[in-house]
Design a protein around this ligand. Structure first.
Ligand code: TYD
Length: 213
């Protein structure tokens, strides 16, 4: 059965915080156990062109200028929002997205020091009306993040190789964002075990699903 209205759920956090794992677990749970239409997507990426942009950014060896990188991320987001996210929300799907706008604030504003008004201005032009209904912020300390990243088999991208200092700037950025948008962000201590976090995410999501059913 479809919801009365689409539901947009985002996961945010530092590298190694488990957002990809938790977004997949939530997606699989909804698909298997709750008869609601659901898709899982990610940023940067989510459409053919946006995935190309993602690969370009993550594998960039030329030290992209900060503004260029931001504009590429936003170009990818424009494609993603207009062609996929809005499309499925209109069809009353649950759309789960691994990273979204709060990552832009954490990385491009808090870390790269881009002017926040410029970021908001571009955001308002490309998707004036789209806000996540819930964002799960998975908060993690540096030590656990390093242990988790070192355990991964996949090739590391430039963001996986951040210094401790940069990691902490991004983490604090996310924490400031979670205070500012405290009604829409659920902060979860991601040093806890996977199934505990999964349950917390699920309980909150079910509340929202019930409210829209
Ligand atoms: P990430 O989603 O963490 O991929 P993986 O977990 O598979 O390594 O990597 C995406 C990177 O893109 C992440 O380090 C942060 C960066 N990013 C930004 O700088 N700005 C943004 O707006 C978004 C969405 C991501």
């Amino acid at each position: 059965m479809a919801l009365k209205q689409g539901l947009f759920i985002c996961f945010e956090g530092v590298e190694g915080s488990g957002k990809s794992t938790q977004s997949k677990l939530l997606y699989q749970y909804i698909k298997k156990n709750i008869s609601k239409k659901v898709i899982l997507t990610r940023e940067p990426g989510g459409t053919k062109l946006s995935e190309k942009i993602r690969n370009f950014i993550l594998n960039d060896k030329n030290n992209l200028d900060v503004v260029t990188e931001f504009l590429l991320i936003m170009a990818g987001r424009n494609e993603h929002v207009t062609k996929k996210i809005n499309y499925y929300l209109k069809k009353k799907y649950i759309v789960i997205c691994d990273r979204f706008f709060f990552s832009t604030l954490a990385y491009q504003h808090y870390l790269e020091k881009m002017n926040i008004n410029f970021i908001y201005a571009i955001q308002k032009i490309i998707y004036p009306k789209l806000y996540p209904d819930i964002t799960f912020l998975l908060d993690l300390n540096r030590l656990t993040s390093k242990i988790r990243i070192n355990k991964r088999n996949k090739k590391r991208n430039k963001f996986d190789q951040l210094s401790n200092k940069k990691f902490n700037i991004i983490r604090k950025g996310f924490l400031k964002i979670s205070k500012k948008y405290n009604k829409k962000i659920i902060k979860i201590n991601s040093n806890q075990n996977i199934s505990f976090i999964k349950k917390a995410v699920l309980n909150k999501t079910i509340e929202y699903i019930n409210a829209r059913s």
